[in-house]
Design a protein around this ligand. Structure first.
Ligand code: ZN
Length: 72
């Protein structure tokens, strides 16, 4: 079944993961001198990933639009 809501939630999760990846890479590039603000940005991005993942899994559970629940 092609569910537009699930597709949107997947896009949001993909975007959030990409943002987290960018934030972590900025920290890596700064090394030991990493700005604490970068760490906070990475933490916020990680929390956004968790929220997007939870929203996706909740939708899949309630809507039943996938044969098996995603293991992501
Ligand atoms: Zn759905």
């Amino acid at each position: 079944m092609n569910c537009e809501v699930r597709a949107r939630l997947l896009d949001e999760l993909s975007f959030a993961v990409a943002e987290y990846n960018r934030a972590v890479n900025r920290m890596i590039n700064q090394g030991k001198r990493a700005d604490p603000i970068l760490r906070e940005m990475a933490n916020q991005a990680r929390e956004e990933c968790a929220e997007c993942r939870a929203a996706l899994l909740e939708h899949e559970r309630e809507h039943g639009c996938v044969a098996t629940l995603a293991l992501i």
